[in-house]
Design a protein around this ligand. Sequence first.
Ligand code: NAI
Length: 807
Amino acid sequence: MSIAEKFVTLEYGPAPEDPKEAGAWLDAHQRRFALFINGAWQAPAAGEYFDTVDPSTGEKLASVAQGSEADIDAAVRAARAASAKWRALSPHIRARYLYALARLVQKHSRLLAVLETMDNGKPIRESRDIDIPLVARHFYYHAGWAQLLPQEFPEYEPCGVVGQIIPWNFPLLMLAWKIAPALATGNTVVLKPAEFTPLTALAFAELCQEAGLPPGVVNIVTGDGSTGEALVKHPDVDKIAFTGSTEVGRAIRGATASSHKRLSLELGGKSPFIIFEDADLDSAVEGLVDGIWFNQGQVCCAGSRLLMQESIAETLIGKIRDRMSTLRIGPPLDKAIDIGAIVARVQLDRIERMVKQGVADGATCWQPQVALPSRGFYYPPTLLSNVHPTSIVAQQEIFGPVLAAMTFRTPREAVELANNTVYGLASCVWSESVNVALHVAAQLKAGVVWVNCANLFDAACGFGGYRESGYGREGGREGLLEYMEPAWFKHAPKLPASAAATESPLLAKPARSGAPTALDEEPAESTPAIDSTVKLYIGGKQARPDSGYSMAVRAADGRLLGEAPLGNRKDIRNAVEAARKAEAWSKATAHHRAQVLYYCAENLAQRREEIVQRVAAVVGEKQAAAEVDRSLERIFSYAAWADKLDGAVHNPPFRNIAIAMNEPIGTVGVICPADAPLLGFFSLVMPLLAAGNTVIAVPSEKYPLITGDLYQLFDTSDLPGGAVNIVTGYASQLLKTLAEHDDVDAIWCYGDEATVASAKAMSTGNLKQVWTNEGRAIDWFDAKQGEGRWFLEHATQVKNIWVPYGE
Ligand code: NAI
């Protein structure tokens, strides 16, 4: 080609990054890697190795140890042995270690970037300019937190030994997202990299050695899913942090249910990329390149669903096709390549299968005419248009360079389509109208909203999902909380099994209710003192139970006090529906919510004497008086909090601000603690209400008759119908329906070990968040234990809205 022709075509030659240093590093290890346990390299116990392959060529790069149960055990032991000393180090010394790691990542950034590209297939431009700089940034940022920890979190302790399992799409970056906060907060770590991409984690192990990190603080055990499973099941691990597919996330939730392991899950997504007609279309198309063709679309938060306003659809599709035609696909070590290789043959097969299915479902498939390299795993950028919202390619994660396009007419329809997914990880909104963009952003059910930008990340801005995209955040202040627990809670005594919110010995067998009262069937009770026969409270109305049955409620001395309805699954379903409809509560202003809660306190104060008297029959006069008085304080506390749950404004190192909003989780099912019937109820329900959630509460079986007092209180306090629903009955049965209900977003379950384990196990369906007392006793009368930020943090989830500024 002549120079004149080159000027016209703008075609340019290859510009490969030099792989020599990475090759030398692999050779120095004889291209065979052992496990990094207790600060040293150890051969795998079973002597097994597997190959890791360069996906751009299909050639083997190295053999890597397949970690077994025995290896995981050795690593966990090393991490446990290192734990006490590591956490006892002064925060400044821990900060120095993290700082040293950040510096070493920078120093070796070229090696790390090339190695990442060779192992994963991602363009060197991305590993060099995005992945590795962000890895360093994470260690710097968390070096800062290590230093500030005692000032900012004085009452917290690290979880202990943390098991971390990461995927192959951002191998070293995911390692940094996991290891940096864990170390900063004083935990020790066993990390299992993905089987397709173990190399940079092994290089990082060497950086730990170079930084002089004490042995056992970081352990890297390579292997496949079975190695991950062994880590999840190891009894001496205190927390599991996982990033990967929703399917495996669900399995891990099930596998950890009967343990006290803390769990954070960062799972899949099907993120909407919404473009309004007033958007700067050329910028939006550039955003889309980052949104779906970054890292070959193998990104959990990829903008894989394009939602275009109908009026601009045709123009936009034209622009997108033009831009797709200019994307350069080829060997990822070439600095001028936009799209590299797909991580593995199995992933390529999956992408091909799903695109075929999308076309079979009626989508139109368009791909630019590009020549793919003759070897390695490549897939061209792909546009599927006319996609039906229910098609598999609109609903399931493809994890490839495939965009599924749909149209909408109004902002409202855009929000509906965007939220029409089980996921909720990220989203993009493109509009030149700040009002439209922010109004839509507020309604999207996603942990991240990028306004007029795409795929931006920073250590200061917590990242994580809503709904089946998982729970917990990585990065930011909120990310630290995933690795710590309040010290008092960690050491709280276990609740005896009998004190749990299961069938209480105080309760008689359920009797048929209705007139004449079933109490006639109780001959031992010559003069039963029936204080109240209550109903359920659903949608702001008193409701009879579907079963028509009720349960007898007895005083501490065995005297029959009255009857409470025996709620069943139908009642729970009605209550969930009512709670869903009460969305106005979450949209009400914080000031309004505060006023309503104060009003509840006012009304409770007015009824103090009668309620004390009634509760006294079950818990004694002294506790009853204390319960009512503390309840008053607690409600005041949360009324105070309601308008102070401010978020934050982050300043990431771009021309952006990220607005971190504390949003309600949604509809929450609450199993109230057995021991303090009134105070326990308010201690859990009030923080949820203050944060704007709607609630279905199952009161203590010990004294479900408080329901009568509660609905009178709520009815007279301007609480909108459905914001709180109360279903009495056997907690174990009601818990099942609540935990399995797909329209319930979270469960707060306070009971004994068996009850909380079943809450976790039954919640795997829609991966709802489960927060429990872990079977431990909580002193509800102690404000330090029974109220405050800890509760509110669990009642909210952070949404980061990124807004650019400047030209
Ligand atoms: P995966 O979820 O199976 O793998 C992620 C990590 O979990 C790997 O380290 C793997 O070894 C480990 N693992 C697998 N089974 C395990 C188990 N039972 N217990 C503990 N750890 C286990 O993801 P995979 O198979 O690599 O990719 C499949 C699909 O998952 C992709 O096509 C994509 O749709 C999705 N995916 C989503 C990611 C995300 O960031 N959201 C990341 C990777 C995959």
